[in-house]
Design a protein around this ligand. Structure first.
Ligand SMILES: [Zn+2]
Length: 503
């Protein structure tokens, strides 16, 4: 059911025509000024056939169509460091690193991918790792930026077709998730090596042998990858440890598409392509072509999220249906459900509530009665209690689907929401964040017991990931670039706090 990300209010008036170069230069002068460098990590924009990335210390330009081709570096390159294995352990995870110390895996490819879309903003402003903005909806734990800790989701592969080999020194990207699920199920690609023309994700074919009877994708929203692996190793996440005992995990995780926010990356995982191709550019954005504000990530619009998908994109459920007609697929608590045989949000649509999942709140189970929940956290925080109710319904749906051999899905996707709520509330490594992962682990353990009890464990491939990471904000790192733009007299609209439309 719901996703926890906020939809931030836009500031400024709707933008009309594309901005003049003069206006963009004025805005850039404000945004990359030294006095905002503590909150503006970098600014990126498309200019003709290049993407420009700039901040107070320097800039770089690279090819739009061939992002590995660097055209220019002036001063210090804001995305110089791109090793996906940077900071890939708890001990190595820095606290609010500055741009000079930070790392941006696949930065050029991810930025070029976003700017493929005609509704991409005029300027993308990326928050520094430590930027804390509670007055605008920010939290102690954040994601959305381009840097590695906010972008890195865990990635565990387990079960049918996977060799047990522990933690591996490598990384993948979120669009690889969908490609890997289809590969595990034995779904062939076309002659171009993809399942649909817009796919960019690549199956982890050297780690997964195809042919599993059941394929299960688990998304625990917003988990810090280093912390999840450490808790699994220390015995605090025994169900994840069970997966690892029959599989492997990537220390560099699955790197989120940019922006590293929820619905962008749920969609990227389930379509195998980034936002510039699937069309959900942010949790909220502005489409200059239709002069329309698009808000796909809201409790009242989750059930309609797929309406914003580009028409020639295929979800993993649609690919399964096309390749294997009649195969049972299930999409639990996940808005990106187009083509699934069973879908939670399909049930919401069938009810015809105009406000979607929002109206279902009173029907959710009592979180204080959930045997898998951390009772002290449920009692302390209404957000935690809500996420608990939602995830309890997720487990109940999964158990219902697996109770009967006839409805056991060939492909199931199961989204867990509480983990993101808790990582926002306390920040990564906090007690509340860890409690949420222990709760998710208990629910996963119930499911793994069902697989064991029904004799389906050896036939089932399981992939566990998140949609992005979680990084601790620095409560002393305050400020607002919108105030500076306004003070400079620049007309603009800021969607989701970072997508700037000028004019
Ligand atoms: Zn998320």
């Amino acid at each position: 059911m719901p996703l926890p990300d906020r939809v931030l209010e836009a500031t400024g008036k709707p933008a009309g025509l594309a901005p003049s170069q003069e206006l963009r230069e004025r805005a850039l002068a404000v945004l990359v000024a030294r006095d905002l460098a503590h909150i503006v990590d970098l600014v990126a924009y498309a200019d003709g056939d290049v993407i420009e990335v700039t901040n107070a210390d320097g800039s770089t330009a690279f090819d739009r169509s061939a992002p590995h081709v660097v055209r220019r570096v002036t001063g210090r390159d804001p995305i110089a460091r791109q090793d996906p294995l940077d900071f890939a352990s708890l001990a190595d995870e820095p606290r609010a690193p500055t741009n000079a110390r930070n790392s941006y895996p696949f930065a050029r490819e991810r930025l070029a991918g976003l700017f493929e879309h005609p509704a991409a903003p005029d300027l993308v402003v990326v928050h520094t790792a430590g930027h804390y903005w509670p007055e605008r909806g920010g939290h102690l734990g954040e994601h959305g930026s381009l840097d590695v800790v906010q972008s890195r989701a865990p990635l565990v592969l387990s079960g049918a077709g996977v060799t047990a080999r522990g933690l591996l020194d490598r990384a993948a990207r979120i669009p690889d998730v969908g490609a890997t699920l289809l590969h595990a199920a034995g779904i062939d690609t076309n002659d171009d090596g993809v399942h649909h023309a817009r796919q960019t994700g690549v199956a982890l074919g050297d780690l997964v042998t195809p042919g599993a009877k059941h394929v299960v994708g688990l998304l625990w929203d917003g988990c810090n990858s280093n912390d999840l692996y450490a808790l699994a190793a220390s015995g605090e996440l025994p169900a994840v440890a069970r997966l690892l005992a029959r599989g492997c995990a990537l220390r560099g995780g699955a790197v989120a598409e940019f922006p590293s926010v929820t619905l962008v990356n749920h969609t990227s995982a389930l379509t195998g392509c980034g936002p510039g191709r699937h069309g959900i550019l942010n949790n909220a954005f502005y489409d200059r072509r239709s002069a329309e504000r698009v808000v796909p990530n809201d409790s009242s619009t989750w059930h309609r999220a797929c309406e914003w998908l580009e028409p020639d994109v295929e979800t993993v459920f649609e690919t399964m249906a096309r390749s294997r007609p009649g195969a049972m697929t299930a999409c639990v608590n996940e808005p990106v459900d187009r083509g699934a045989t069973y879908s939670t949000f399909g049930l919401v649509r069938d009810r015809g509530h105009s406000d979607g999942a929002r109206s279902l709140g009173s029907e959710l189970p009592d979180p204080t009665a959930d045997p898998h929940a951390s009772a002290d956290q449920v009692a302390a925080d209404p957000g935690y209690a809500w996420g608990t109710s939602v995830d309890a319904t997720g487990l109940a749906q999964v158990l219902g689907l697996w109770a009967d051999a006839a409805t056991r899905p060939a492909l199931m996707w199961w989204n867990t929401t509480l983990t993101d709520t808790a990582h926002h509330a306390g920040g990564p490594h906090s007690e509340v964040a860890r409690a949420s992962m222990r709760d998710a682990d208990r629910r996963l353990g119930v499911f793994l017991d069902v697989l064991d009890g029904t004799g389906t464990t050896q036939d089932t491939f399981v992939l566990l990931t998140s949609d992005h990471g979680s990084e601790a904000a620095d409560p002393t790192c305050l400020g607002d670039w919108d105030a500076a733009l306004t003070a400079a007299g620049i007309p603009f609209r800021d969607e989701a706090y970072g997508f700037i439309y000028l004019g």
